[in-house]
Structure formats: C-alpha cells, structure tokens
Design a protein around this ligand. Structure first.
Ligand code: NAP
Length: 267
C-alpha cells in the first residue's frame, strides 16, 4: 500500500508510538487526522508536522476521549467530514495498569477495557460503514506482546489487549470477501510516557529494559502497513514468546513464573 495521499487517523497521537507514527506517516505524504484528549497538545503536534514536512496538508487535530461513546462518534464524523473519508484507522490510544491482579480494583479493569478495548471497538463500528461503502479500508489495532501470553503484573492490561486481538480475528473472518482489512500489531516494551502515566496498584516492581525507541517501532509499523502484513510482532523477545507459546507452552509458563517471583514485592 502506498501511503502518499491516503487519509489516516491515528488515535493517541500526542505522545509515544502514536506521535512517532504521525511523524513517519506525514513524511510518507499521508493526509492525517490526529487524536488524543489534549486539544492543546494536538494543535502543537499538528503545527510541528506541518512545518516539518513542507507541502503536506496540516494534520486535522480532533480532541477525543476514546472511552466516551459520543466523543468517538464526533471524532469519526469530524474526520469523514473534513478528509472526505478514512482509508486507514490506527487504534493506538492506550493506557496501562501495573501490579498484581489481586491488588487491581474492578475500576482499574473497567478503565483499561474502556480505553484499550471498547474505544477501538467503537471507532471500528463508526468507520466500518464508510470503509465498506468505499470498498476498501485498513484498521490497524495496536495490541501488545502482553496479549500473546498473560504477563505477570500486567494481568488486566494483558486481558484488555487480548480482547482486542480476539475481536480483530473475528472481524477478519466476517470481512472476508471485502477489501476492508484488519492488521494486528504487538509491540514489546517501548520508550514512552505510558509508564509514567500508568496506575500502579502495587505488589511488584517494574522490570528493567530494554525498551525500544518509539521511532523504531513506528517505522516498523508503517513498513508493515506498506507491505500489507496481517500481523506484526515486534522485538526478538516478542517473536520468541509467540513461537514458544505455540510450540512449548510449559516453557513459557515456567519463564513467566520465574519473572513473577523475581519482580514480586512483599509489603
Ligand atoms: N510503550 C510500550 O511498552 C507498549 C508496549 C506494547 C503496546 N503498547 C501500546 O501502544 C499504544 C501507544 O502507547 P505508548 O506507549 O505510545 O503510550 P503513551 O506515550 O502514553 O501514549 C498514549 C496515547 O494515548 C492517548 N490516550 C490515553 N488515554 C486516552 C483516552 N482516554 N482517550 C484518547 N486518547 C487517550 C494519550 O494522549 P492523552 O493523554 O492526551 O489523551 C497518548 O497520546 C498503546 O495502545 C499501548 O498499550 C505500548
């Protein structure tokens, strides 16, 4: 797929992977809509992109709380109205909760599901009629390697990202025969603000890196879009996890148990 001139909506474009995606996509000539909750930050990003890539159309900033149904409806409506349609939707906005499942409150599970699962679901439901009518479209769902196998102290996060994987797989089958595709991306640990902003519920310390630069992750995602890949698992650890989870699940379980014990913090 050539991205030059394609209309692309990136959610969570104010920082981290989403911001880097917007930068790479702008450089490829995509016509962008960028979204997050902060209108002020989005305006800055839009201006930065417009001046960094001479000749591109200034990205459309649309403030949206992805956890709010009306807000998501407004986001998709504004993109369709201003850009004409959306060729590529990148569901990237996301949050994290870190700590043991036992210490995680139901409210934390709900917040994760609202942002990491129901938000993308609603964006897809809103955009699908347009994509089907125009006869093409690509939805890129940013999941996580933590969805391949539940990771200790990321139980609620892993579950929210695994829900997105399962739904995407169902949609792929249902969309058979149309030219609307769903791509899944599984990033490994990536440098971003997600770790500062996450809710820490306790019970464990965070593992030390390595963390991939968000710009490398964004470049890999854009290349995978161009190559029309179905799935992109990032990093050696992520690829090894997927391989061994399929071929030697006991090995993965033992490794996860070891990590859990190493990171556990008694109070
Ligand atoms: N970093 C990693 O190690 C890693 C690994 C695997 C997967 N991922 C996934 O990659 C995606 C991007 O994460 P990141 O690491 O780049 O994190 P980040 O730097 O914290 O960026 C998260 C983005 O989501 C937006 N966002 C958060 N809550 C939102 C809401 N309720 N409504 C709309 N936008 C919201 C944030 O903007 P506002 O705060 O302005 O709304 C921000 O633009 C997420 O889906 C994350 O789960 C990250």
């Amino acid at each position: 797929m050539k991205l030059d001139g394609k209309r692309v909506l990136v959610t969570g474009a104010s920082s981290g992977i989403g911001l880097e995606l917007a930068r790479v996509l702008a450089a490829r000539g995509a016509v962008l809509a960028i979204s997050s909750r902060s209108a002020e930050r989005l305006e800055q990003v839009s201006e930065e992109l417009a001046s960094a890539v001479p000749g591109i159309r200034k990205p459309l900033p649309v403030a949206c709380d992805i956890a709010d149904e009306a807000s998501v409806r407004h986001l998709i409506g504004a993109c369709v109205e201003s850009l004409g349609t959306v060729d590529v939707l990148i569901n990237n906005a996301g949050i994290c909760v870190y700590g043991s499942v036992e210490k995680t409150q139901i409210a934390d599970f709900r917040a994760l599901l609202d942002v990491n699962f129901l938000g993308p679901v609603q964006a897809m439901l809103e955009i699908l009629p347009f994509m089907k009518r125009q006869g093409h479209g690509l939805i890129v769902n940013i999941s996580s390697v933590a969805a391949i196998h539940g990771v200790p102290y990321l139980g609620a996060y892993s579950a929210s990202k695994a829900a997105l994987v399962a739904l995407s797989q169902s949609m792929r089958a249902e969309l058979a025969g149309s030219d609307v595709r769903v791509m899944l991306v599984y990033p490994d640990y990536t440098e971003s603000a997600i770790f500062e902003n996450e809710t820490k519920v306790g019970g464990a310390r965070r593992p030390e890196g390595p963390y991939a630069p968000a710009s490398d992750v964004a470049e890999a995602i854009v290349r995978a879009i161009e190559a029309e890949k179905r799935d992109l698992i990032l990093g050696t650890r992520g690829k090894a996890l997927a391989f061994f989870d399929g071929t030697a699940p006991r090995l993965v379980e033992n490794a996860m148990r070891k990590i859990a014990v190493e990171l556990r913090e008694e109070e």
